[in-house]
Design a protein around this ligand. Structure first.
Ligand SMILES: [Zn+2]
Length: 386
């Protein structure tokens, strides 16, 4: 009976082989050769020839339907791939070569290798439901882990948004909020809890979010966003801002700063039973001032005393903000830029209004008239903590 060594020697006489140097020349000349790595996934993860990944005879016919296509098959030392090359020939591939010496010889020659960043086994388990969706997958999950999202407000909208962003593995969450947790917040601000009463909201949120997911780092800013600190905070490298501000001065400040810093803002607002969400994406769609050039006069702004809200409403709107943020990070789906979603909790209806950039917008228009921050006065002494 033939030994493995005999079989390998036999197969080697029946296939063509090339050296690492010849394989490298093929790669450099982009001659169309496809490199087929027949090693195990963990071997691939530890380093591979910098080409697309093609593996397994069972999948090859789907991946490479053209049976005349040049294939370079490799494993770690050139033996496993010799058998694979033989199988590929039997499958009808006419231009197959085995890489003699395999990946080891490739590395010995000092040729370039790609060492992909990989998720840890704990991360594979935690994000398994993301890894199962092709639109997210491992690459998307790495994007989420690398992403930096700044949340304005750790209140009604910031609570669900931050919880879902943290759970999804968004690696860095900045949170700006000057307030402390009050009993009247807990009806809707689900990132906080009764044992946090009197604690700074940013610290309470940090504890909850980092306990939910150790991959997440929360950067707390226990301060009110003002014209004094906005440039400093926004220049710390944020991919997107989630605006859950509960007052007009902050909303306008976030808008103007985001236009000047070129950072997209996922905007949300709520009042009683109604909520709104959109994406203000500088250079792509309108900004907040394209819709509302100036704040309403104080007498027309909703009275703070009447600023009630159904507890679940910020949960719905903040979750849509989280959804929009994840889509933006993943570069997936249709963005909300130029579309204002209107949710009515009593009718349970969702309407959409098309909104366009206003060429006469005082901030993002063709001839801006506002070029410096404006600190609008607060409309009431006791702001509503939406
Ligand atoms: Zn504008």
């Amino acid at each position: 009976m033939a030994t493995y060594r005999d079989l390998l020697a036999q197969v080697k006489t029946e296939i063509d082989e090339i050296s690492s140097i010849e394989a490298h020349e093929r790669l450099e000349s982009s001659d169309g050769s496809i490199f087929v790595d027949v090693r195990e996934p963990d071997e691939w993860d530890e380093g591979h020839i910098p080409t697309g990944r093609g593996r397994l005879e069972q999948r090859i016919e789907g991946l490479v339907p053209d049976k005349g296509r040049a294939l370079v098959v490799y494993c770690s030392a050139g033996s496993r791939s010799a058998f694979s090359a033989k199988v590929l020939e039997e499958l009808g591939y006419s231009n197959v070569v085995n890489l003699a010496g395999g990946f080891s010889d490739w590395k010995r020659n000092g040729f370039e290798v790609t060492i992909p960043r990989v998720l840890s086994p704990e991360q594979r388990a935690r994000y398994s439901r993301h890894l199962l969706i092709p639109e997210v997958g491992e690459e998307g999950q790495q994007r989420l882990l690398d992403a930096r999202v700044l949340l304005v407000g750790a209140g009604g909208l910031g609570s669900p948004a931050s919880l879902y962003l943290a759970a999804a593995g968004v690696g860095t969450l900045g949170i700006i909020d000057a307030d402390v947790v009050d009993e009247s917040n807990l009806q809707r601000q689900v990132v906080h809890s009764t044992d946090r009463l009197g604690e700074a909201k940013v610290e309470s949120a940090k504890r909850t979010l980092e306990a939910l997911n150790p991959d997440v780092r929360v950067v707390p800013y226990q301060e009110r966003l003002t014209s004094e600190n906005v440039d400093h905070i926004l220049s710390e490298g944020w991919d997107v801002i989630v605006d859950g501000a509960d007052n007009f001065p902050t909303r306008y400040l976030v808008n103007d700063a985001s236009v000047w810093h070129g950072i997209p803002v996922v905007h949300g607002s709520i009042f009683r039973f109604e909520g709104q969400v959109t994406l203000f994406h500088p250079g792509v769609g309108p900004c907040y001032r394209c819709l509302f050039p100036q704040p309403p006069p104080p007498e027309l702004a909703p009275s703070c005393a009447e600023g009630g809200v159904l507890g679940v409403l910020p949960g719905i709107i903040g979750s849509i903000q989280a959804n929009e943020t994840l889509k933006h990070i993943l570069h997936r789906g249709d963005s909300l830029a130029g579309r204002l979603l209107l949710f009515d909790a009593l009718g349970t209806t969702l309407d959409e209004v098309i909104v366009r950039r206003n060429p006469e917008c005082p901030v993002c228009g063709d001839s801006p008239t506002i070029t410096e921050y404006i600190d609008y006065v607060e409309f009431c002494n006791a702001p509503v903590h939406l």
